[in-house]
Each structure stands twice: as structure tokens, then as C-alpha cells.
Design a binder for this molecule. Structure first.
Ligand code: ADP
Ligand code: ZN
Ligand code: ZN
Length: 657
């Protein structure tokens, strides 16, 4: 029996991110193990902490060592695996061990009676219509057999939308159940729809758990408790479901692995795909990534043989074919006198589909772009006074900042030059809807964007309504293109394909390619052949052209040339440094000091870019300056980052891209 425990106290301060030794009272010797949360005396206070290690002999004057006060109730032990995962996260993401532990071993909460909502796990456990699984086709069988034969080697399933990836996941889950092991399935939050979930509950019944961001902390804890008690075989959820404490996780599956949503935006800023890779390694579990447009990182690993690669080039349902894609050059439309939002080609197809009572999706690509107002005289956009972003016009006529919520009535004149000629540049979803209503008054529409989905369940309600045919046309931003399956949709219109090309991000082309390919994948999922119209100002751009050809590999090759040339990931490694301050001078000064520091330590392979204004140069009254550091070695950049972290304060943030 070990008599002492090394405990990390629960204060997220870098300087306290170390262990303290406590003695373990006799009666707690059975329950105190690494990963257990305990209450300990700390100075004059009592604090919570995690046990990291047990030791036989005190490493400190024994008579000064205090005793653990209590083992916190409801905190079942996390295997040492989670503590090891947290250590890895600390090294990888530069957070404190405490922050990492809180992420991987979330603090259990009780359900507050009043807050309990039954509707949040709708009809789970109800087996749908017999649900006999279809017999797998040859490509699916090959993937399942290959993954199991090389288990636990990670695998990438590169399959077009509708190629039957989900059926593969279900076969693998069934095999895990036969082996008495559990599966964690990550799906982007936006695709956690009743439609998608019911396929799993239909097959695996009430042994499927679902977590999503609408659950209260108590409800989520309860779901995790059920997993720990062995009452579930599968946990489905967004990135935080990765930390489900199953007794014997056998497989982690990540659907739509290329999705940006797998990056956490709060500390620790972890990437769920990379973290899952580490966790599966620690657990000796399998890892399966699925996508129609794999991230360049994953595809590169697969080509290098690190992942098994399984291709599913065609749709699973016989008769369902990849849609026909047409690219329309908007510059040409304008030259020929069409000033509208819709090209003539798209209008013709819309009229035809409406007449046949088939459904249409109109996708407005606004990633990295806001439907802003600018002055036609001086050309300046109207920006939020607190943030360096353009404000967006809403239907009620007010200008709103999507970053801080600041809103003002629409001005009559340009605040910069006084000109009365100010107007919207580009279009928003509301404008598209108004235009559709004007052109096709008999058509019914649904709109899905930030405004219509801010209410709870907003987006599942809209999707459900569209799914049951309540509207002919669904208009929306990128949220409509993610993994929803509407067999009656036979036309997808992409209104302006290029906007996302201009985002200040080296991954802009990759994101554009993914969005366009995913959007195109929405058309013709049933037996009626589908059409896709991509309207663009840059028909020759390789991301747009490759998406139109549905040519992933062509895109991959072109994009990797660019990444290699620029030493961008995955060809090289890059560290992003962000300095913020309420005073612009101070932000500059610190950013420049960091640049000097970096250059003084640099070898010939290091390049430092910047400092410069960040993409958003002011946010909530904080000025933001950025630096990029490139180096072929990731470890070298991690070391540089840790050096900077130790020397600079809270106003410097760093992330490996
Ligand atoms: P993905 O996950 O790749 O988008 P799904 O697994 O959702 O693809 O499959 C798309 C459609 O094809 C679904 O309706 C599914 O039921 C059907 N399907 C998948 N595999 C088969 C199969 N082997 N035989 C018949 N239908 C299949
Ligand atoms: Zn002006
Ligand atoms: Zn603002």
C-alpha cells in the first residue's frame, strides 16, 4: 500500500502547475489512485486536485506533509491513460496540466432537477423499422475487413458523400460489441441530427449515448457515468465526446475528419483528430477517420502508409450517381447584362425543379466574409468601433457586429466621408430569400443562418421541416452543406463560390474545395439525378475547378505544391503567435520584442514572418498583432513556444498550425 500521493491542485496558474505531496489516510488507501480527484488542505484553504502518482516514501519532510482531506464523491478513477493524455496535451498545446486534466477528466456535475429536459435525447432507444443492415458492397467489405485485419492500425476512409461510410462505421461498432469493447464516434455538432442519430439507435438501441452542446453539464456527466458503468456500447457526439470514460474503448471513429469544428476554441486549444490519435495509441484502440474531402494532413499520412487507406469512389445506393456540375462565370453573366444574384442557368434549372416538385438548396458561401456595407464614394466599409471587422446588415435595418454584438441603426451617410451613397456589398441569406420570393412567388422557402439557428434546436427544426417537404427551397450558409441527406434535393446552387478563397488563411483553398465538394454532394442523393451549379468570379481557380470535377487527388497535388513551396503544413510546421493589448503601442512593442527574441535563437531553417496586424486587427477593444514562425521541425517549434510561454504573459497566445 502506497502511503503518499502526488497531487496537482486545481488552480489554472502556470506557476502552480506542479505536484504537492500529501499523505493518504488509512481509510482512503483503497480509493486513492492516479486520476482520482481529492480535496486537500492548501495553505489556509481547501482545494480540489488530481492525484497524479502514488509513492511509498515521502519526498519531503514527513512531519510537514498534510493528509488528503477527502476523496471527492462521484469522481471515479480515470485510468492513468487519461493522466498520460493530459501530459501529452500539455506538451502539445502549451496549456497547464490542470487545464488539460479538466478537459480529459471533466468535473462531474449533478443534474439539477428543474433543468432536466427529457426531450434532449429524442426517442433514443427506439429501434426504427426493423433496421436490418444492408449487405455491404465490395468496397465496404474490403474496408471493414482491412481495418479489422490491421487493427489497431489507424485507417482513413476516403469515400464520396453517400458512398456508405456510415454503414462501415456501424459494422465496425457491431464487431467491437462482439468483442466486448466500446466505440466513440465523433460527428460535427451540426450533423448530430435526429435523422443521422436514428440510424445508430435503430441498430444499437438504447446502448447508444449521445452528447451535444445543448445538454446541461449535469446531463453530460450522467451520460458519462452511464458509459463508465458499462451501460453503453457507443457514444456519439462532437469533439468533447472523445473523453468518454468507457471501461474498454476499442475504437474511435471520426466522421468528417476534415471539419474545422474538431479544433477547440477554448484552452486547451486541442485538435480532436490529433488528440484521438494519441488516445487510441495509449488505449491500444483502433482509429478510423472518414471524409469525402480528407484534410491534407490525414491524406498525407495515409499516402505515407501511417494510415490504412480505403477508397469508396461511388455512391452506395444503386442508381444514385454523382451529380452533374456546371460552373458559371459570373463575370460573363454581368457582361451579358445579368445583374441578378442568379445566373440564367441556375434560374432555368430552379424553374424546372420547382415545376417537378423537387427540392432545391441554395448555398451562400460566406466563410471569412461578412455581408458588409461600404461607401461607393470612398470605398470604405462600415466597421465595428470595437473590433476590426465590418458590420453586417440585418433585415430590421440595423448594423450588427458578429464578434461583439454591438449594433447601431443603419446610417444615412458614410461615417468616413459623409457621402450618401452607401450600399450593401455582396449578398446575405436574407437578400437571397427576398430575391427568390420575388422571382418564384409560389415557392416556399426556409432559411438557415446565424439568425435563424440561434434559438435552441433552431437548426434541427429547420432541417426536419425541409426533410418532410415543408419547403421547396432551403437557403443557407455553410451550415446547410454538412452531412444532411435529403433524397428529394435534385438541385444545389452555390451562389458565389469564391468568397472563401480570400480568407486570410493558408488553408483558404482547402476550405473552399471542401465546401464546394460537400455542397455538390448534397444533390441527387435519391434516385433522381442531381444538378449542381457553381457560380463564381474565378472559374479557373484550381480549388473551384477541381471541386467541379470532383477531383480530390488533382486538388491535393496542386495544393501540396503550394504548401511545400511555402513550407506550410503539412509540408512544414508553423507556429502562430498572437499578441493583444488595449494599447496598440504596447502590442507592437511586445510583438517586435518576440520577433527579435526568436531571431536571436534562430537557426538557418527558421523563418519569422511579421509582426503584422492580425486578420482581425482589433477585437473587443484589444489590438492584435501576429507573427508566424516556420521551421521544418515541429519539436523545434514546440521548444520555441515553451520558451516564449515562460517569458511572456497572458496577452501572448500561441498555437501550432
Ligand atoms: P456516407 O456515410 O458515406 O455518406 P451512408 O452510409 O450514409 O454514406 O450511405 C448512403 C446511403 O446508402 C444510405 O441511405 C445507406 O442506407 C445506403 N447504403 C449504404 N450502404 C449500402 C449498401 N451496401 N447497400 C444498400 N444501401 C446502402
Ligand atoms: Zn465614404
Ligand atoms: Zn464588435
Amino acid at each position: 500500500m502506497m502511503k503518499y500521493a502526488k497531487v496537482i491542485v486545481d488552480i489554472s496558474l502556470a506557476k502552480l502547475d506542479r505536484t504537492f505531496t500529501y499523505s493518504i489516510p488509512e481509510e482512503m488507501r483503497d480509493s486513492v489512485r492516479p486520476g482520482v480527484r481529492v480535496t486537500v488542505p492548501f495553505g489556509s484553504r481547501r482545494l480540489s486536485g488530481y492525484v497524479l502518482e502514488l509513492i511509498e516514501e515521502p519526498d519531503y519532510e514527513a512531519d510537514k506533509i498534510k493528509a488528503i482531506a477527502a476523496v471527492e464523491n462521484g469522481y471515479a478513477e480515470v485510468e492513468s491513460v487519461m493522466v498520460r493524455l493530459a501530459r501529452w496535451m500539455k506538451a502539445e498545446y502549451g496549456c497547464t496540466l490542470n487545464q488539460a486534466l479538466k478537459t480529459v477528466v471533466p468535473v462531474p456535475r449533478e443534474i439539477r432537477k428543474r433543468a432536466t429536459r427529457v426531450e434532449q435525447v429524442p426517442e433514443l432507444g427506439k429501434a426504427e423499422d426493423g433496421s436490418l443492415p444492408p449487405e455491404l458492397n465490395a468496397a465496404q467489405k474490403e474496408a471493414v475487413a482491412g481495418i479489422l485485419a490491421s487493427y489497431p492500425k489507424p485507417a482513413l476512409i476516403f469515400g464520396v458523400t453517400g458512398s456508405g461510410k456510415t454503414e462501415i462505421y456501424m459494422s465496425l461498432i457491431a464487431e467491437m460489441i462482439r468483442r466486448g469493447r466500446q466505440t466513440i464516434l465523433l460527428i460535427p455538432e451540426i450533423a448530430l441530427t435526429y435523422q443521422n442519430l436514428s440510424r445508430f439507435t435503430g441498430r444499437f438501441g438504447s446502448r447508444v449515448g449521445v452528447v451535444n452542446s445543448r445538454l446541461s453539464a449535469g446531463e453530460k456527466s450522467e451520460c458519462f457515468r452511464r458509459a463508465r458503468r458499462g451501460e453503453l456500447d457507443v457514444m456519439i457526439g462532437p469533439r468533447s465526446a472523445l473523453f468518454t470514460p468507457f471501461p474498454n474503448t476499442g475504437l474511435i471513429i471520426i466522421d468528417e475528419e476534415h471539419e474545422g469544428a474538431y479544433n477547440s476554441d477554448t484552452t486547451p486549444k486541442y485538435n480532436a483528430v490529433d488528440t484521438a490519435r494519441k488516445l487510441s495509441e495509449l488505449l491500444g484502440a483502433g482509429l478510423v477517420l472518414g471524409s469525402a474531402t480528407p484534410s491534407l494532413e490525414s491524406y498525407t499520412r495515409a499516402l505515407a502508409g501511417e494510415y490504412g487507406l480505403y477508397r469508396l469512389p461511388s455512391r452506395a445506393v444503386s442508381g444514385s450517381v454523382i451529380p452533374k456540375v456546371t460552373v458559371v462565370d459570373l463575370r460573363k453573366e454581368l457582361r451579358e447584362g445579368n445583374r441578378g444574384i442568379f445566373s440564367r442557368q441556375l434560374l432555368t434549372l430552379m424553374a424546372m425543379r420547382l415545376q417537378r416538385h423537387e427540392q432545391i438548396m441554395l448555398f451562400l458561401n460566406r466563410r471569412g466574409f461578412t455581408g458588409f456595407i461600404s461607401c461607393r464614394s470612398c470605398g470604405r466599409p462600415i466597421k465595428c468601433p470595437h473590433c476590426d471587422v465590418s458590420m453586417t446588415v440585418h433585415k430590421n435595418g440595423r448594423l450588427v457586429c458578429h464578434y461583439c454584438g454591438h449594433n447601431v441603426p443603419m446610417p444615412d451617410r458614410c461615417p468616413a466621408c459623409g457621402s450618401p451613397y452607401i450600399a450593401g456589398f455582396g449578398v446575405g441569406t436574407q437578400k437571397v430569400e427576398a430575391e427568390v420570393k420575388k422571382l418564384f412567388p409560389e415557392a416556399s422557402t426556409l432559411r438557415m443562418d446565424m439568425d435563424t439557428t440561434s434559438r435552441k434546436d433552431g437548426h434541427s427544426k429547420i432541417l426536419a421541416a425541409f426533410g418532410t417537404g415543408e419547403a421547396d427551397i432551403l437557403i443557407g450558409t455553410q451550415m446547410i452543406v454538412k452531412g444532411h441527406d435529403f433524397p428529394n434535393v435534385t438541385l444545389v446552387g452555390v451562389l458565389a463560390a469564391d468568397l472563401s478563397l480570400y480568407a486570410q488563411d493558408f488553408r483558404a483553398s482547402e476550405r473552399t474545395f471542401q465546401l464546394l465538394t460537400q455542397a455538390a454532394g448534397r444533390a441527387g442523393r435519391g434516385s433522381v439525378p442531381g444538378d449542381v451549379v457553381i457560380q463564381t468570379y474565378s472559374p479557373d481557380n484550381y480549388a473551384v475547378a477541381a471541386a467541379a470535377r470532383q477531383d480530390y487527388y488533382g486538388f491535393y497535388r496542386r495544393e501540396m505544391v503550394f504548401r511545400s513551396l511555402m513550407n506550410y503544413p503539412p509540408a512544414g510546421s508553423m507556429l502562430f503567435v498572437l499578441v493583444s493589448s488595449e494599447q496598440e503601442e504596447l502590442a507592437w512593442k511586445e510583438a517586435k520584442a518576440i520577433a527579435v527574441e526568436l531571431l536571436s535563437e534562430a537557426d538557418e531553417k527558421t523563418s519569422v514572418i511579421g509582426p503584422s496586424d492580425a486578420g482581425i486587427s482589433k477585437l473587443k477593444d484589444q489590438y492584435r498583432k501576429q507573427l508566424f514562425v516556420k521551421h521544418p521541425s515541429r519539436d523545434r517549434l514546440l521548444a520555441l513556444r515553451d520558451g516564449l510561454l515562460a517569458a511572456h504573459g497572458e496577452n501572448v497566445q500561441m498555437r501550432l498550425l
